[in-house]
Ligand binder design. Structure first.
Ligand SMILES: C[S@@+](CC[C@H](N)C(=O)[O-])C[C@H]1O[C@@H](n2cnc3c(N)ncnc32)[C@H](O)[C@@H]1O
Length: 340
């Protein structure tokens, strides 16, 4: 055994006492959806068969003798209860097709497969690809591709899976996404997936807590309100589900995490704008610079007197600032501006 592996095994492991479930609300369906305390949750979890608890996950990592890589956001889930909660947040059931980004040791993958889903996993780390390929070789409901999710062509990968499901059940045309994401690619992933409502019905992500809170922000007039909120609400209905304390991961990150669900809209339900490209370009321009009044920040799109007139026609003050406008206000303004 190399010195590095030896250190990894004996000096990097978190004490099992630090492993908490925090504010995770439910244990399983037998709990009847009632909120449970962390201690009742742990008691409940120990009664059940756990394939991917604290020990199993660390053992799987040790089998590859590799230090988790920070550059790949490798913070592995040690709590099988949270994996179960992620799957149930997406209502994963028999026959579903699920895309998982970054399966790692396969702890969440295992829950998804056990729920009866067919899983396509995209993993960037070749060692982890080898590990999950080996682990799930006995099932034909699992496929892993060694790719960078941000660069891969997800439509062409999903297409054959959705087509074969459609052949069995013509009404099941969309897949789900469930992932404990590397924090450093979460905004890119959200931007890529949310406009794919034709292919995915739900996207359930374990994100850095701060990112989770920022993405579900739907009220204007807060300092957190940004173009990304207009984007998220344009394409989906986001919901903050529950927080996941940092002690549930190995290695422990220096921030907490949280689960967010995005129910994806399909094209006929998007707000009606003449062109989504020019709509988002207008929203970005509006927020650019120093939070100026819209009539100034949008001057390069159309003369300020025309913008003032459009604001008036939309029932908004002519001195409006971007952070004061809701998604609907932006839609009205855009449609008035593109017409003038
Ligand atoms: C936070 S870990 C989660 C691992 C596992 N799902 C779990 O819950 O324990 C993130 C995983 O994503 C992988 N990953 C990192 N960047 C990626 C990328 N750009 N595309 C695909 N996978 C990536 C990492 O190698 C790692 O396995």
């Amino acid at each position: 055994m190399s010195t590095a592996t030896h250190l990894f095994q004996f000096h990097c492991l978190p004490p099992i006492s630090s492993f908490t479930t925090g504010t995770v609300p439910v244990c399983n369906t037998s709990a009847g959806g009632r909120t449970q305390t962390p201690s009742s949750l742990i008691a409940c979890a120990t009664k059940r068969k756990q394939d991917d608890d604290y020990h199993a996950t660390l053992k799987a990592l040790n089998s590859k003798g590799r230090f988790p890589r920070k550059s790949l956001g490798q913070h592995y889930m040690l709590n099988s209860e949270i994996n179960e909660q992620l799957a149930s947040a997406a209502n994963v059931e028999e026959g579903d097709a699920v895309l998982e980004i970054g399966p790692g040791t396969g702890s969440l993958t295992n829950v998804l497969i056990n729920s009866g889903a067919t899983v396509l996993a995209i993993e960037k780390d070749p060692h982890m690809v080898g590990l999950v390929r080996e682990r799930f070789e006995s099932t034909d409901r699992f496929k892993v591709l060694e790719e960078d999710f941000v660069k891969c062509h997800i439509r062409s990968h999903m297409f054959p899976i959705l087509e074969s499901r459609k052949a069995l059940n013509p009404s099941s045309t969309r897949a789900k996404v469930v992932s404990n994401l590397p924090f450093n690619i979460s905004t890119d992933v959200v931007k890529l997936l949310l406009p794919m409502g034709d292919m995915f019905s739900e996207v359930v992500l374990l994100l850095q807590e701060e990112t989770a809170v920022r993405l579900v922000e739907s009220s204007s007039r807060t300092s957190e309100y940004r173009p990304i909120n207009i984007f998220v609400n344009f394409y989906s209905e986001p919901e903050y589900k529950f927080s996941v304390p940092r002690t549930n991961f190995f290695p422990q990150p220096n921030v907490d995490a949280a689960v967010v669900t995005f129910k994806l809209k399909q094209a006929p339900d998007y707000p009606s704008v003449a062109s989504t490209k020019s709509f988002f370009s207008m929203v970005n321009s509006a927020f650019n610079g120093k939070r100026k009044m819209l009539r100034k920040s949008l001057q390069h799109i159309c003369p300020s007197n025309e913008i003032e007139r459009a604001l008036g026609d939309a029932g908004l003050p002519t001195t409006s600032r971007p952070e004061e406008l809701t998604l609907d206000d932006f839609v009205k303004l855009h449609n008035l501006i593109v017409r003038v």
